[in-house]
Design a protein around this ligand. Structure first.
Ligand code: FES
Ligand code: FES
Length: 163
């Protein structure tokens, strides 16, 4: 059997609206969304932990849904709306989840925090979590190596209770 090799284009043009700002980039087609944010747009609030889809540190919102940006090729989402931790506050007022994380002291080193908050924002938009057990289950993809889970769940529960 003859193997057909389809060459990848060297660069592709990708347009993304990131935190309300339209960005048009020329990218290697293998560039992940995480690397676009951190390396091309200097939005370093989104963290690279495992780079394999296992820790949730890179969680962002794409068209309102939470995704692991390390597993996502940017070129597949031309035209998407992206929200990162830098885009959650409005006019200098923290997002209720950001405030709740402060109120509940829901972090230690902070490395997982942007992913936790973006994941929680997506979870609340899904409308599926109603109590602490469901929050724990539905955010189980977001690992906190500092073990701040009790406070993280309390913070998310506070905002779920208001929504
Ligand atoms: Fe993406 Fe760990 S860095 S899931
Ligand atoms: Fe350190 Fe979660 S606060 S990993």
């Amino acid at each position: 059997m003859t193997e057909i090799v389809v060459p990848l284009p060297e660069m592709v043009s990708v347009s993304l609206t990131v935190n309300g700002s339209l960005q048009t980039l020329s990218l290697d087609p293998r560039t992940t969304l995480l690397d676009v944010l951190r390396e091309h747009l200097d939005l370093t609030g989104t963290k690279k932990g495992c780079d394999q889809g296992q820790c949730g540190a890179c969680t962002i919102l794409m068209d309102g849904r939470r995704i692991n940006s390390c597993l996502t090729f940017a070129a597949m989402y031309d035209g998407a709306q992206i929200t990162t931790i830098e885009g959650l506050a409005v006019n200098g007022v923290l997002h209720p989840l950001q405030q709740a994380f402060i109120d509940h002291d829901a972090f230690q080193c902070g490395y997982c925090t942007s992913g936790q908050i973006c994941s929680a924002a997506g979870l609340i938009a899904e409308g599926r979590a109603k109590n602490a057990d469901e929050i724990r289950e539905l955010m189980s993809g977001n690992i906190c190596r500092c073990g701040a889970y009790t406070n993280i769940v309390a913070a998310v529960e506070q905002v779920v209770g208001r929504s």
